[in-house]
Design a protein around this ligand. Structure first.
Ligand code: NAG
Ligand code: NAG
Ligand code: NAG
Ligand code: NAG
Ligand code: NAG
Ligand code: NAG
Ligand code: NAG
Ligand code: NAG
Ligand code: NAG
Ligand code: NAG
Ligand code: NAG
Length: 532
């Protein structure tokens, strides 16, 4: 390319000179086309011609690379190649002494090399302004270049491209509806006034993620205390989230992350975890729930007291003792617990209590209980242990257990109330003194020849006791005879009465029938006697 500084001055100078001096005729220089628009780097053909009635000298003054392509009488075709920018080449002709010229306006157009949206924040809070910014590098002619910011198909801002890079901004108030929206920037090169098209260059789309996290803390539901070795449920929930599915929940006890199951609803979530108390965690632990959404988080904390509370030990020296034995009962728990032993008045706030028990028959089956109390986080907890005391006694067959005198009517149903007591349970048998006949204990039906004096004997491994029982059976024979006689008499009487009645009735019928027969016979005789 020729140095641009000196050369354009020469045709100007010549033109000036030509204008001053009158030349042959009114010859004119013309060029075709007078205006050209072409993509950057392209070539253009220019036809310079002169209306000179002589042979004119033609020339093209330009800093661009020019090549003579064709020529004829008073015209010359030039090709300007690799046109990089706008320029105004000058076509001149010398007709005789007169020089005239014509200029061409060449406009170069090109598309921006890059159209880019500045990256969006990874997460945009709902209700806050989001500034979108787009840059376009290059592009010409600038007067025809416009930058447009778009949300989907919706135009947010349209501004002419100014500066390098050209910049356009727009502010949008982020809403829940913008979640997933695609933003783009479009550079428009409108060459329609120049007889060309509308060219568009679009940036890569950027997708926005908006979120809404209420300022309230998540709701943390958990027990206040947790026993070592037990498992409890912890629930952390939060409402009004958007988009709930993108939220994360972290539940931790101390520095131990909990395994969490999260269930999502339309705009809420609920996380559940099972927390197990371990011996290492004994004491106050911080239970924390964090809900993370976008680049924000909300936290809730609670204190969970992990405690260890083994049941107290209730010990009897012997589980099974003989009546009258002294039994030592000890109720023992770990330090910090307060124990209470049944039957012992509450006394010292101590982890140990004991008592000496004089085992009686009544104590057999006694439920001894040892209760330990522990205060955890202001809450009193109890753990109890019970043991049953077995006292060996008996056998016992007292008057009230086995009544001595019984009078039963014969043939009735009776029950001998006789019970022997003891541990182990004694075997009870009642035998008649005279013949050793066994009297069944319990239901007896019917009472017959059971009369007699019985010796009831209760036997257990701890000895034997006996008791006499007198059984009298009163006979019912006399009354029965009277009843039988009465019944027989009534039966005989009724038979006689019935028989008499039936006999009389039968006789009456016979007499009636005889009368009827006689009447009929006499009527027949009468009819035969009267002739027609
Ligand atoms: C050209 O035209 C001019 C005037 O129009 C005239 O004076 C001149 O003689 C012409 N020249 C020729 C060669 O015809
Ligand atoms: C150049 O212009 C002249 C005058 O208008 C014309 O006669 C000639 O044909 C043109 N050349 C071409 C190649 O179009
Ligand atoms: C979250 O992101 C926004 C925008 O990107 C920023 O202004 C804000 O400081 C961030 N907040 C936190 C807690 O990181
Ligand atoms: C968002 O920007 C608009 C102006 O563009 C302003 O009126 C409005 O108060 C801003 N809103 C917030 C929440 O910053
Ligand atoms: C945004 O673009 C992505 C991928 O190109 C598409 O899946 C999504 O549907 C678009 N979002 C909207 C709101 O059109
Ligand atoms: C710009 O758009 C035009 C057509 O509209 C296309 O030919 C050109 O390759 C695009 N340039 C870029 C950098 O995308
Ligand atoms: C969490 O649950 C998974 C599967 O349900 C199990 O493999 C893992 O051991 C659990 N982690 C803890 C710390 O309990
Ligand atoms: C235990 O009780 C029995 C009978 O009630 C009594 O004879 C005995 O003396 C008592 N022993 C003690 C040590 O109190
Ligand atoms: C109870 O007895 C068991 C087993 O003998 C023992 O390991 C435990 O420490 C005892 N508990 C108390 C509170 O003494
Ligand atoms: C344990 O004993 C305490 C007091 O002795 C009592 O209040 C509590 O109900 C008992 N608990 C059980 C499970 O028996
Ligand atoms: C049973 O009754 C008789 C008199 O009928 C009496 O002598 C005897 O003492 C009574 N026996 C008992 C154990 O009550």
């Amino acid at each position: 390319m020729a140095p641009a500084g000196a050369l354009p001055a020469l045709p100007l100078l010549l033109a000036l000179l030509g204008a001053l001096r009158p030349g042959p005729g009114d010859a004119q220089t013309a060029v075709f086309p007078t205006e050209a628009i072409l993509p950057r780097g392209n070539s253009v053909l220019l036809n310079c011609s002169s209306s000179c009635n002589e042979t004119a000298i033609l020339g093209l003054e330009t800093p661009l690379t020019k090549t003579e392509r064709d020529s004829g009488h008073n015209w010359q075709m030039f090709e300007l190649s690799d046109v990089q920018e706008d320029s105004r080449p000058l076509c001149f002709s010398n007709c005789g002494k007169k020089q005239t010229s014509a200029s061409i306006s060449i406009t170069v157009f090109w598309f921006p090399e890059r159209v880019e949206l500045t990256p969006l924040p990874p997460w945009q809070p709902v209700g806050e302004n989001l500034t979108l910014q787009c840059h376009a590098w290059g592009g010409a002619p600038r007067a025809q270049l416009t930058l447009v910011l778009l949300r989907g198909e919706e135009e947010l801002s349209r501004q002419p491209a100014v500066g390098e890079p050209a910049e356009v901004t727009a502010t949008v108030l982020a809403s829940r509806g913008d979640y997933g929206a695609n933003f783009t920037c479009r550079a428009e090169l409108d060459l329609r006034p120049r007889g060309l098209e509308l060219f568009q260059n679009i940036s890569a789309p950027l997708q926005l993620r908006t979120f809404d996290l209420p300022t309230t803390s998540p709701q943390l539901t958990s027990p206040r205390i947790l026993e070592v070795g037990t498992v409890q449920r912890v629930v952390c929930s939060m409402d009004g989230l958007f988009p709930a599915l993108e939220a994360q929940v972290h539940l931790a006890l101390g520095d131990q992350r909990l395994n969490t199951t999260v269930t999502y609803n339309k705009d809420s979530l609920s996380a559940t975890a099972l927390v197990e108390g371990t011996a290492e965690q004994e004491g106050d632990q911080l239970l924390a729930c964090a809900v993370l959404l976008g680049n924000q988080s909300r936290q809730s904390r609670r204190t969970l007291t992990v405690y260890s509370f083994p049941a107290p030990n209730l010990t009897l020296i012997e589980q099974e003792v003989s009546e009258g034995t002294q039994v030592l009962v000890v109720c023992e728990a770990y330090a910090g617990n307060v124990v209470r032993l049944s039957g012992v008045p509450p006394g010292l706030q101590a982890p140990r209590a004991q008592s000496m028990l004089n085992a009686t028959a009544e104590d057999n089956g006694l439920q001894l209980s040892c209760s330990a109390a522990l205060t955890v986080a202001g809450q009193v907890l109890y753990k109890n242990q019970t043991q049953e005391l077995h006292v060996l006694y008996g056998p016992r067959l007292d008057k009230r257990d086995c009544l001595g005198n019984w009078t039963w009517p014969e043939g009735t149903q009776q029950e001998l109330e006789c019970r022997a007591w003891g541990n182990p349970v004694p075997q009870l048998t009642c035998r008649r003194e005279t013949d050793g006949a066994l009297l069944p204990i319990g239901r007896l039906r019917p009472v017959k020849e059971h009369e007699g004096t019985y010796v009831c004997r209760a036997v257990s491994s701890r000895g034997e006791v006996t008791r006499k029982v007198f059984l009298k059976v009163c006979s019912r024979n006399s009354t029965n005879m009277i009843v039988i006689i009465l019944v027989t008499v009534v039966a005989i009487l009724s038979t006689v009465v019935t028989a008499t009645y039936l006999y009389n009735r039968q006789r009456k019928i016979k007499i009636y029938k005889l009368q009827k027969a006689q009447e009929e016979a006499s009527m027949k005789l009468n009819t035969q006697a009267t002739p027609p």
